[in-house]
Design a protein around this ligand. Structure first.
Ligand code: 4AZ
Length: 347
């Protein structure tokens, strides 16, 4: 996480002092074509000017190129998303149960924890663009079923390498607009269900603001501002705000784009923090968990009138579908009345 933090700090400081767009062109695994680099640099350049002249970058997601070879998804087996792995039931949060959030992924860089991510189907995890920007794909690891980072035998984690890094082309390291990325796992397909205990999270519906919903964020981030990352996966509940309300906080209203979603109490106290980046903010809809946000940024942690800011996942549903067309989507929303008990349902 310190690497990410340093990167963020260096990027912000460099951007404000040198007054040039900063782009770190390291991503050996994928998306490294020279054409893309210049396009990404161009997007950064445009974003930088938009910030300077005060135009809010609220444009729709750019049309996706055709990055993957699509499969015939009509032959895909049914897949149920959003079921918690434990039936019962960060700053100001609680430790989770082992395998409670069975889509929660831990990202490592050169073997060290630095970000969170969420499994959305058999082959892809969703994370923040700032968790991949400037990082070499072949040095990123994805671990599923981790719980206690200090113990090796509590939850039988599974490690994956990454075969593809898809960073949103509109990502701006200066404004954090479009702070979203996908990592393709180097596997024929993760096995879900009772054998493994792994289940993907559901994607949210399009168009909803989620204002007034209770968000749940999970991560191994710091439990207080400036603290070290947590060993045990934590969860924290915070109210989701409208973007209008978020623009009335201490944040400059131009910083909150329509691609962001804010959550937190006016008085602070509960929040995501350093190390939670890339992980999910969920809502629980009739007990199935949907990822509505990706931990992106905030000024400090749990400060009054400085809520956590998340990438608004339902602005990226077409982008996700286009970029994961080589895998089976997971579309059956878990329902306790129609699905078998958690852990024994047919996936
Ligand atoms: C971080 O650096 C980070 N309070 C994550 C979330 C927040 C701030 C920083 C929001 O990973």
């Amino acid at each position: 996480m310190w690497t990410a933090l340093c990167l963020i700090t260096v990027t912000l400081v460099a951007a404000s002092h040198q007054r040039i767009p900063v782009y770190v062109p390291i991503n050996a695994n994928a998306n490294t074509a020279a054409g893309e680099l210049s396009q990404a640099a161009y997007v950064d350049y445009v974003n930088w000017w938009q910030n300077i002249i005060g135009i809010i970058s609220n444009t729709e997601e750019p049309a996706a190129e055709a990055p993957v070879t699509p499969i015939d998804q009509s032959t895909c087996p049914p897949c149920t998303c959003g079921a918690l792995g434990t039936k019962n039931r960060i700053v100001g949060g609680n430790p989770t149960y082992v395998r409670q959030y069975p889509w929660m992924a831990m990202l490592t860089y050169k073997g060290k924890f630095y970000c969170g991510a969420s499994l959305i189907n058999h082959k892809y995890v969703m994370t923040a663009a700032h968790c991949v920007h400037g990082f070499e794909g072949k040095k990123i690891g994805v671990r599923l079923l981790e719980h206690d980072r200090s113990s090796n035998d509590e939850s039988k984690h599974i490690d994956f390498k990454v075969s593809r890094v898809i960073k949103h082309k509109g990502y701006s390291p200066t404004s954090y607009n479009n702070d979203i990325a996908l990592l393709r796992l180097d596997t024929e397909g993760v096995e879900f269900g009772p054998n493994t205990g792994i289940h993907p999270v559901c994607l949210p519906v399009e168009g909803k603001s989620f204002s007034g919903y209770e968000g749940v964020i999970t991560g191994w981030g710091a439990k207080k501002q400036g603290g070290s990352s947590s060993q045990i996966l934590h969860e924290v509940y915070v109210p989701i705000m409208s973007n209008d309300d978020c623009r009335k906080t201490e944040y400059d209203q131009k910083r909150i784009t329509n691609n962001m979603i804010c959550a937190g109490y006016p008085e602070g106290q509960k929040d995501s923090c350093q190390g939670d980046s890339g992980g999910p903010m969920h809502i629980a809809n009739n007990t199935a968990y949907h990822i509505v946000g990706v931990v992106s940024w905030g000024e400090g942690c749990a400060q009054a009138n400085r809520p956590g800011v998340y990438s608004r996942v339902n602005r990226y549903l077409n982008w996700v579908a286009n970029n994961t067309a080589d895998s089976c989507p997971c579309t059956n929303v878990y329902s306790p009345s129609t699905d078998a008990a958690v852990g024994t349902a047919a996936y």
